[in-house]
Design a protein around this ligand. Structure first.
Ligand code: AVJ
Ligand code: FE
Length: 371
C-alpha cells in the first residue's frame, strides 16, 4: 500500500491518542487509580490496556518484537482480569504508565514503516490494514468505556470537542411517527471488504415480515410519562427535584430536557416501556434493515430484542475473545452508537452488546411493531 495510506493510519492513530489523553488530562494520578464502580475499570487500567493491546498486536505480533515489560501484559488481559479486581492489580501508574503509552506508540510507527498493508498482503491481519483499523477501533471503544466511568467523577468537565458531539447528537423528536418497512429479504452484516469485526460477518440474507419502527429514539419526556403511569424506575443518574427530574452525572444537577432521547436505561426498562406503549423492541435485523431511513442515530446506543449470537458461517478473527466468548443468551445486542462513540465506530452493521440489567452504558432505544 502507498506511503500515503500509512500516513493516514499514523494520523488516525495520533488523533485517537489525542482523544484518549484529552479525556484524562484534568485528572490526577489518584483519580486515575480509583475504583469508582465494580463494573468499570480504573482509568489507569484502560490506559495501560490500550497500550498493551497495541503492543501485543502491532509491535509483538506484526513487528516480531519482545514486550517492553515482560509478563506485565497478563494484567491487562480483559478476560483474565474481571473489572471488579482491576484496582488490585500491579499495573503501571503515573509517569511509567505515560511512558509505556508513548514507547509502544514509537515502536508501532517504526513497525508500520516496514510492513506491506495492501489488498494483496499475505498476512490477513495486514491485508487492507485490518489490524491497524482494529487497533484504532479498540482505542476509540475504550474511550467510550472511560467516558462511562467519567460520569462518576464529581466535577469532571468533558473535553470541549466531546461536549459538542454530545450536544449536537441530542436532537429530540417528540413525534411518535413510525416508518413502515416492507416484508422481504434484507441483506444483513458487513461486506467482505473493508474493516468490520468478525461478529458482523458473514453478510447474509434475512427474511423479515413487514414491520413499523419509530422514526426517532424514545425521549426523556415519553419515559417520564411511562414512569408516572407505571411507577417504573428512573434512568441511572436521575434524581427528583421538586416536580421535575435532574441528571446528576459528574456531580451536576442538570434539568432533564423532555425533548432529548433517553439514555442510561436497562434492557428491561426499554422492553417494559415498549410493551406499555403497545409496541416491542425491534430485532437487531429489523434495526439494521431500517437504518437507512432512521433518524436520531448517535446519541444513545439502542437496545434490541436480540441475543448476541453468531451469524451463520461465523469465523472468529483475529481472536476468540473479542466476540465468540460472549455469544449465547446472556447478552443483548445494541445498535447505532452514542454521543461517546467516535464516528469511526458507527456503522449500520456494528453490533454492541451488554447484559440486560446494565445501564452504565449510554443506552436508549426505539420501539417497533408488526405491520
Ligand atoms: C464491544 C463494547 C462490548 O468493551 O467489552 C474492548 C469492546 N473489546 N476491548 C467491551 C472491547 C475488547 C467491548 N464491547
Ligand atoms: Fe479492550
Amino acid at each position: 500500500m502507498s506511503s500515503e495510506s500509512k500516513a493516514a493510519i499514523a494520523a488516525a492513530l495520533a488523533e485517537a491518542r489525542e482523544r484518549t489523553l484529552s479525556l484524562v488530562e484534568p485528572l490526577d494520578d489518584e483519580q486515575l487509580n480509583t475504583v469508582y464502580s465494580p463494573i468499570l475499570s480504573p482509568l489507569a487500567w484502560d490506559l495501560g490496556h490500550i497500550a498493551n493491546f497495541e503492543e501485543l498486536w502491532l509491535v509483538q505480533r506484526i513487528g516480531g518484537r519482545e514486550p517492553l515489560h515482560g509478563e506485565l501484559g497478563r494484567f491487562y488481559d480483559a478476560i483474565e482480569n474481571p473489572r471488579k479486581i482491576r484496582g488490585e492489580l500491579p499495573i503501571l501508574r503515573d509517569a511509567e504508565l505515560r511512558a509505556y503509552l508513548a514507547d509502544v506508540r514509537e515502536r508501532t510507527l517504526e513497525v508500520l514503516d516496514g510492513v506491506e498493508i495492501g489488498p494483496d498482503a499475505e498476512d490477513r491481519l495486514l491485508r487492507d490494514a485490518f489490524v491497524y483499523e482494529m487497533l484504532l477501533a479498540h482505542e476509540l471503544q475504550h474511550n467510550e468505556t472511560m467516558l462511562q466511568l467519567l460520569q462518576l467523577v464529581e466535577g469532571y468537565e468533558l473535553p470541549p470537542s466531546i461536549a459538542s458531539e454530545r450536544d449536537s447528537s441530542r436532537t429530540g423528536g417528540t413525534s411518535e411517527q413510525m416508518v413502515r418497512i416492507e416484508g422481504e429479504e434484507h441483506e444483513i452484516g458487513a461486506p467482505d471488504r473493508g474493516f468490520a469485526y468478525d461478529n458482523e460477518r458473514p453478510r447474509h440474507a434475512v427474511e423479515l415480515d413487514a414491520f413499523e419502527i419509530d422514526r426517532t429514539p424514545v425521549t426523556n419526556g415519553a419515559y417520564i410519562g411511562f414512569m408516572e403511569e407505571t411507577g417504573a424506575e428512573p434512568p441511572l443518574y436521575w434524581e427528583r427535584d421538586g416536580e421535575g427530574w435532574v441528571d446528576t452525572a459528574r456531580g451536576r444537577r442538570d434539568p432533564v430536557d423532555p425533548a432529548h432521547p433517553v439514555i442510561h436505561v436497562t434492557w428491561d426498562q426499554a422492553d417494559a416501556f415498549a410493551r406499555w406503549a403497545g409496541k416491542r423492541l425491534p430485532t437487531e435485523f429489523e434495526w439494521e434493515a431500517a437504518s437507512p431511513r432512521l433518524d436520531g442515530v448517535g446519541h444513545g446506543w439502542e437496545w434490541t430484542s436480540s441475543d448476541f449470537l453468531a451469524y451463520p458461517g461465523f469465523e472468529a478473527f483475529p481472536y476468540r475473545e473479542y466476540s465468540e466468548v460472549f455469544f449465547g443468551g446472556e447478552y443483548k445486542v445494541l445498535r447505532g452508537g452514542s454521543w461517546a462513540t467516535h464516528p469511526r465506530v458507527i456503522r449500520p452493521s456494528f453490533r454492541n452488546w451488554d447484559l440486560p440489567q446494565r445501564r452504565q452504558i449510554f443506552s436508549g432505544y426505539r420501539c417497533a411493531r408488526d405491520a
